[in-house]
Write a protein that binds this ligand. Structure first.
Ligand SMILES: [Zn+2]
Length: 191
């Protein structure tokens, strides 16, 4: 997974792909691992966190919206946890009420870390909308001018924990609903 890199020449076309809208393509280069991998140790638990984050970042995390789009299992777009809203990445990471308590713990840690660096008013200025917060969570190098390399590492690690904890809780709740057959448990991604 450490070869999660690409040729700098292809970054122009990469930046136009809608599935890669969150990744900071300017920082991708051959032989240069993405910050996700630099911020995590080689322990199995941390590698798993990195994989979840990489799938979310590259648009290969299987949300209901993606399942519906590609007509997988004749799914609709509705979130199976709250059964109210469409389930895209924004819904999982920032909105789904069923994931509120998990989100609150890990999102607050991330927010505090960032506010400690840039202050509350800059936080409000930069992250006053969901798109910006999602960009920060999925690839904080999009805001690299505000953070040192060490700070980007710390933010990336906290956001990877947030994404992975949301993924684990979502999986647990999906299994609980018993509406999802066991054979689908491993099919949360389309990699
Ligand atoms: Zn939901």
């Amino acid at each position: 997974m450490k070869n999660f890199t690409t040729d700098r020449k292809s970054t122009v076309s990469l930046s136009k792909k809608s599935t890669l809208k969150y990744i900071n393509t300017k920082d991708l280069a051959v032989g240069k691992p993405h910050l996700i991998w630099k911020s995590l140790r080689s322990m199995v638990s941390e590698v798993k966190m990195g994989i979840t984050k990489a799938r979310m970042l590259t648009g290969t995390f299987m949300t209901q919206v993606i399942k519906h789009k590609y007509n997988i299992e004749h799914s609709d777009q509705i979130c199976k946890l709250c059964t109210i809203y469409s389930e895209d990445l924004t819904h999982i990471i920032l909105d789904c009420p069923a994931l509120f308590s998990t989100r609150q713990i890990y999102y607050n840690r991330l927010k505090i870390e960032v506010i400690n660096v840039i202050g509350e008013s800059k936080w409000s200025e930069l992250f006053g909308n969901k798109d910006a917060i999602l960009l920060l969570i999925l690839d904080c190098t999009n805001f690299s001018k505000y953070f040192s390399v060490d700070q980007q590492n710390a933010i990336t690690k906290l956001s990877s924990v947030l994404c992975h904890q949301l993924y684990l809780m979502r999986l647990k709740l999906l299994e609980k609903t018993a509406k999802v057959p066991n054979k689908q448990r491993g099919s949360d991604t389309c990699i």
